[in-house]
Ligand binder design. Sequence first.
Ligand SMILES: [Zn+2]
Length: 388
Amino acid sequence: MPTDPESRPAVPSRRRLLQGGAVATGAAAAAALAPAAAAHAAGPASGGRWPLGKGRFRTRLVLLGTAGGPVPNADRFGISTALVVGDRTYLFDAGRGSVSQYVRAGLEFKRLRGMFVTHLHADHTADLFQYLLLGLVSPDGDALVPPIDLYGPGRAGALPPQWGKPRPTPNVNPDNPTPGLKDLFADSLDGFAYHFNILGREANMPDPSKFLRIHEIDVSGTGANPIDDLAPKMAPIKLFSDGTITVETILVSHGLVFPAFAYRVTTPDGVVVFSGDTGYNENLIAFSRGADVLVHEAVSVGYYKDKGSDEAFIKHLEEGHTDVVKVGEVAARAGVGTLVLSHLGPARSDMVSDREWRKGARTHFKGDLVVGRDLMNIGVRHHRHHNH
Ligand SMILES: [Zn+2]
């Protein structure tokens, strides 16, 4: 296995490209395919229903990273997904490598119109500040255009009791142990002040504080709290509308994490739901009802049990995440058109193969199924409604 992920772009096999029916080649993937395979991949998909080729879709998803968990691996970058609608791009989570993958996918900073964070685990946010750190100026003229709306968690407000064996937990930043997005950006800006200030003088770096409009999502009306009612049954909250997409959110149950959000995006070509990290829960199933594409996290609990992982970790997987078999059940119950598995744990294909992921999800779900690979493009269009 190569130790440097940059040396081996994750290229979906032709078979994998055709399996989902909706999957087109990413810019990097297309460049890496042999000419014959590339020509073939540009033909009609299986069943002839969904044409391949990213130019054919006004609305598409680009899987920038598909790994779950804050553990670097050589197969997949950290979870991050771009939604492209015409000339506008929206980002959902920004895990490890997101900025590099954004560029490798051929996406442009100047087209980024919105960013949405599901929760504040680092595998979803490791590259978040890097968009501001690295996207402000470019000699090639591709830089962020302010203001960009950023949505996500505010301060949790309190830390819950510890799971598993009691042991001392270090509290980092005891004066504010549960910072939200505004804190994260304010403190990161302060920490990188020298970079911004010196580049301001060297290269007319604009004022970074003007680039983002940070919206911490207010969940106070839901009755939720960070200790014992993290994701009560609730109506969706409408967040964002720019004439191209509208975005709603709902709380989902992700272990001890509060708040943890899913997002539902209505585009001109269909509805896409991002599960974020979540256990099996009714909020998400109701929220995903009839979606054209559901991008859902998946873990293999069986893999970790076989490996003899400790009890607290298994509990974390079972309550804070969704086993791939149950993910298929969520998609079937919600009646979605295409299910995309992303944020896979384990992320390494030598631990759980794409075939095994597929088999798990297929136990209950009969619609279009995609096992996520970095730099895959997935066209979005209205699906025919099936009776599940
Ligand atoms: Zn998480």
